[in-house]
Design a protein around this ligand. Structure first.
Ligand code: DHB
Length: 390
């Protein structure tokens, strides 16, 4: 072992002297992970949450798995330009010789990077983006976030069973929003409800006021909402200001709307709102308490949201892949090791399905409640082991 290490160092020194640092890196014992996230721009909260969760995991579990010390190379793709994400992914695999890619805050960004993962044969762990079709875009994609149908269908079913017979949907006008819109209509109409209007709000610089005015005029019993993480506060502020609650419209949605990162600042208007999602910071389990404590050690003033849960589980998945392959660099072996893997996440029991490489998990129906002066999504019903392609 000592001899091997010395030899590696020796080669590295020669390579460095010849001005080829990438050779030195490729032969070192370090396993590099390229983490591409929106660290600036309108979706920076997603990047902040995931980065903190990844660092929390490594502080809690150590940095070596299967004999490899992992090193995180963080890159900011600013969240809005797929070509930037693709270029960063390319640079990370070619120049920095990363052996795994991870992160991917929004669907268009994950889709842009997929061909790079395929070409380089490097596992790509999607920690955030949530449109159903993403893992079908490369055999190297694994996902630890969720899918919109997975959250939406239980929400639609709950609504139909709890006195909501007519609903309007309001979703952000891009792939995950359209995924949610379709899933809601399918389930809600199958359960006897009626969707009376389908509204789509712009992804960039959205103003929700005119859309909510239309909802007020249509006066449905329920309004189903999906917006990406970080946008919920603006929607719910307008919902309150337009007097929709007084008009008898019950807001429901995926948990993205009442994201734990911003929930506590959303105030009284959201109390009582029911959403469906896979993670709540209020989830009552030993695993979640350990996660909250580790997260606090990295970001003392923040509450982890579902993005953080996706990041924490994503790095856990990479750690397990390394352990199960004895620290392999071989992308195909690493992906094979991830297929069918089950563990107890801070969110509850999860499995990476062998056939889809996507995540199967419990979904929770939650109500926003004030407890000890803070607002939390309190889980009150569980739909066990919901498939990603429900
Ligand atoms: C996506 C982004 C989000 O912020 C979110 O909450 C759900 C989905 C996405 O782009 O896939």
């Amino acid at each position: 072992m000592t001899h091997l290490t010395l030899t590696r160092r020796g080669l590295g020194a020669v390579a460095l002297a010849l001005g080829a640092p990438s050779v030195a890196r490729a032969q070192s014992g370090v396993f590099r992970i390229g983490l591409i996230l929106p660290m600036t721009g309108p979706f920076a909260s997603t990047g902040r949450q995931i980065e903190a969760a990844v660092r929390a995991y490594l502080r809690q579990h150590g940095e070596s798995f299967g004999g490899r010390r992992v090193e995180i190379l963080l890159r900011d793709d600013t969240g809005t330009q797929p070509d930037v994400t693709r270029r960063l992914a390319q640079e990370l695999v070619v120049r920095e010789r990363v052996k795994a890619l991870a992160g991917f805050g929004l669907t268009p960004l994950a889709l842009a990077a997929a061909p790079i993962a395929t070409e380089a044969k490097v596992p790509m762990v999607v920690m955030a983006a949530a449109t159903s079709i993403i893992p079908s875009r490369s055999p190297f994609i694994l996902r630890t976030s969720f899918t919109l149908p997975q959250a939406t269908k239980p929400m639609a079913q709950w609504a139909a069973r709890n006195g909501i017979r007519s609903a309007v949907t309001m979703v952000t006008d891009y792939a995950p929003g359209l995924d949610a819109e379709k899933a809601f209509k399918e389930q809600f109409t199958a359960d006897g409800g009626q969707v009376t209007a389908e509204l789509r709000t712009p992804l960039r610089n959205p103003d929700y006021a005119p859309f909510l005015q239309r909802v007020r005029d249509a006066a449905p019993q329920g309004l189903f909402i999906f917006v990406p993480s970080g946008e919920g506060a603006a929607v719910m502020k307008q919902f309150a200001e337009r007097g929709l609650a007084q008009a008898g419209v019950r807001p429901i949605g995926t948990g993205d709307v009442l994201d734990d990162d911003i929930l506590n600042d959303m105030g009284d208007p959201v109390l009582g709102m029911v959403t469906a999602h896979h993670y709540s910071a209020a989830h009552d389990s030993a695993e979640n308490r350990a996660f909250l404590e580790a997260f606090r050690g990295i970001a003392p003033n923040a509450r982890p949201n579902f993005m953080a849960a996706g990041g924490y589980d994503g790095v856990h998945l990479i750690a397990e892949m390394l352990k199960r392959t004895g620290g392999s660099d071989d992308g195909e072996k690493l992906v094979a090791a991830a297929k069918g893997l089950s563990w107890t996440s801070p969110r509850g029991p999860v499995t990476i399905e062998a056939d889809t490489r996507d995540i199967r998990q419990d979904m929770y129906i939650r109500r926003a409640e004030r407890r000890d002066g803070q607002i939390w999504n309190i889980e009150f019903d569980t739909i066990a082991q919901v498939r990603p392609n429900i």
